[in-house]
Write a protein that binds this ligand. Structure first.
Ligand SMILES: Nc1nc2c(ncn2[C@@H]2O[C@H](COP(=O)(O)OP(=O)(O)OP(=O)(O)O)[C@@H](O)[C@H]2O)c(=O)[nH]1
Ligand SMILES: [Mg+2]
Length: 635
């Protein structure tokens, strides 16, 4: 409708000029509403989602041409940059050929699968990215299944066709098969496919390289439907959460019906069925990498609402007078837990700012406000809390974030959450996929079967063997590092939660024992050198250690208490130090996640802003032995 038509219609309908003026502004603001497309980018971890979103931002000139932006502007959190993974899903918005495209970048790691499922509610279409070499992986299957169930029509993007040995045609067939196996409808099976390289910044409907990603953007305009705009009053489901230290919690979601306005009184339809009256303070829509403050948002657009107290994900913001709720969306149940306690090592309080149980409690409570899949429960001790999460990565990110903020704490061995189902003890199982050069496949199968995994699929992909197993989640703990050592770093593995099934019995933990420090002192090159044939060290000479700290991996099973702090007896012949140090192998550096996978039940990790140390829960050797004996007798 053009302006002239509107004013004419308005003139015919309205008698007074005041009426006419009012109607004109309302209608003219509606005319100015741009066409919208809402898309989510989904894929297995590392298949290139964020790289593609970056390219979309660049090619739609969100930045000035000479602006220095660096790579992966989207992964803007410190931890995301360091690890090269996306942890939180993010919204950006670009304009292409006068159409506003809201793009949602999603995390690919399976710990964050629930997040993807939720944000898909904001999308009217999805781009399913698949690596042209790896093909569909467990998380591809999971996210595609969710998209298909929501009735979305994916556009398939076979990415990374610049990689040597990639097999885009085979991968295309595999994707088709996956759609088919997931019961896609005829229309869904008729998916458009683009090929390209997000890294090199091109996409095309064939394998011929182009100069840009416009063919992809054109496909989005053509194939992704504009958001539906049913008649009726306001409905907006809160599907994700933004957090600002100034504004507090911000509700993000798509307005599915009606209009939401600044200062508007609304009803918040709670998960428990109650209605809470509230008021919108401020409204934002996404623009480029940021948000733009607006006075109203109409159905179809994604917006961020400030000012609503105490909301939860899945709740509906609805009309004040006649509210109607949308179907509630559930948040993932945790599958793993870990004990968080205050730091009680001899080095307590040396480098942390926040060290008391009060600090720990407050911090965990604050985290609960924004970390959706997290749960916290109290324990018998006021100094410890049980924290429940979606997996090792999910929990380790929290610990790592806290440590950077200046917290000191101790975390215990991560445990899977056991459930009693129909009177039977059950545990979580996962699908595990390993791609490995054929020469190592035997070792991989051995390793996984030892951990109670069962092989379901074994096929060759060129020189690579593709193995699929079903394994209790417990068996996965510590598998990654063992796998990399045993396959010279060649194995690529991925896993994803499958279901709860009956308990699979005892799984052998770590094979090797550890060397434990006998003393609280500074290590010396002299004693480390002497102990080198007993184990591989986690500490360097000259590092402060304490009694009960794990300082090395024993080359054999069984733990050993050792003195690594002895000073060399000075003789007339040689000065101490230098020669010993030269012979010492560099220490093994382990990340927090590696430590979490490494420790056993009687061990824990001391985390401070400057250090990560593994230790025995009971530091004193005699007491530790007594406790062990008591435990054996109990069994
Ligand atoms: N060769 C090649 N590498 C690519 C391409 N696209 C992305 N990569 C690389 O793949 C790695 C992962 O890319 P990301 O964009 O972070 O992948 P992602 O899907 O966002 O990963 P998560 O957010 O962790 O799930 C990076 O090292 C990229 O440089 C491509 O087209 N070709
Ligand atoms: Mg990413």
């Amino acid at each position: 409708m053009k302006y002239s038509q509107i004013s004419l219609a308005a003139m015919l309908n309205c008698r007074t000029f005041a009426h006419l003026k009012k109607r004109y502004t309302v209608l003219s603001s509606q005319v100015r509403i741009m066409e919208i497309r809402n898309i989510a980018i989904i894929a297995h971890v590392d298949h290139g989602k964020t790289t593609l979103v970056d390219k979309i931002l660049h090619s739609t000139h969100v930045f000035r041409d000479n602006q220095e932006t660096g790579d992966l502007i989207m992964d803007n959190n410190d931890l995301e940059r360091e690890r090269g993974i996306t942890i939180f899903s993010k919204n950006v918005s670009v304009t292409y050929k006068d159409v506003k495209i809201n793009v949602i970048d999603t995390p690919g790691h399976s710990d964050f699968g629930g997040e993807v499922e939720r944000v898909l509610k904001m999308a009217d279409g999805v781009l399913l990215l698949v690596d042209a070499f790896e093909g569909p992986m467990p998380q591809t299957r999971f996210v595609l299944q969710k998209a298909l169930q929501l009735g979305l029509h994916p556009i398939v993007v076979i990415n990374k066709v610049d990689k040597p040995n990639c097999r885009p045609d085979e991968v295309h067939d595999a994707v088709f098969e996956l759609f088919f196996n997931l019961n896609a409808t005829e229309e869904q099976l008729d998916f458009p496919t683009l090929y390209g390289s997000s890294k090199q910044g091109w996409m095309n409907t064939t394998l011929t390289p182009t100069e840009n990603i416009y063919p992809l953007l054109d496909t989005i305009l053509e194939k992704v439907p504009a958001p539906a705009m049913p008649e009726g009053n306001l409905q907006m489901q809160i599907t994700s959460l933004d957090y600002s230290s100034f504004l507090g919690r911000i509700a993000v979601g798509k307005v599915t019906r009606g209009v939401i306005k600044e200062n508007q009184p609304i009803s918040l339809m709670k998960l428990d069925g109650t209605i809470q009256k509230s008021r919108v303070k401020e409204l934002y829509v996404f623009e480029g990498l940021g948000k733009k403050k607006v006075s109203e948002v109409s159905a179809g657009d994604i917006c961020a609402v400030v000012g609503i107290e105490g909301f939860n994900i899945g709740e509906t913001i609805a009309d004040y007078e006649n509210p109607e709720a949308l179907e509630v969306i559930s948040v993932d149940e945790p599958t793993m837990n870990m004990q968080f306690s205050i730091n009680n090592s001899p080095f307590y309080g040396k480098d942390g700012k926040f060290v008391t149980s009060r600090h720990l409690k407050d911090r965990l409570e604050k985290e609960l406000e924004k970390n959706l899949a997290l749960r916290v429960s109290v324990t018998d001790s006021a100094d410890s809390f049980m924290v429940f999460g979606r997996g090792i990565l999910h929990l380790s990110i929290l610990v790592e974030t806290m440590r950077r903020e200046g917290y000191e704490l101790t975390v215990g061995q991560p445990q899977v959450i056991v459930k009693i189902i129909d009177g039977k003890k059950c545990e979580p199982y996962e699908t595990l996929v390993v791609d490995v050069p054929a020469e190592y496949s035997g070792r991989v199968i051995d390793m996984v079967t030892q951990r109670k995994g069962e092989m379901h699929i074994m096929e060759s992909k060129g020189e690579i063997q593709h193995l699929e197993f079903e394994i209790p989640s417990r068996g996965l703990i510590g598998l990654r590092s063992a796998m990399l050592t045993n396959t010279a770093g060649e194995a690529v593995m991925a896993h994803r939660f499958l279901e709860y099934k009956p308990w699979k019995g005892f799984i052998q933990g770590r094979n090797n024992g550890v060397l434990i420090s006998k003393t609280t002192e500074r290590t010396t090159a002299y004693s480390i050198d002497k102990l080198q044939d007993r184990g591989r060290f986690f500490v360097d000479p000259g590092e402060d250690v304490y009694t009960g700290q794990i300082i090395a991996e024993h080359i054999k099973p069984g733990d050993l208490v050792v003195n690594a702090t002895e000073a060399k007896k000075l003789t007339n012949h040689r000065a101490s130090g230098a020669d010993d140090a030269a012979r010492i192998a560099p220490k093994i550096l382990m990340t927090l996640e590696e430590c979490m996978e490494y420790i056993q039940q009687d061990e824990c990790i001391e985390v401070t802003p400057k250090a990560i140390r593994m230790r025995k829960v009971i530091l004193n050797e005699d007491e530790r032995k007594k406790a062990q004996k008591a435990q054996v007798e109990q069994v």
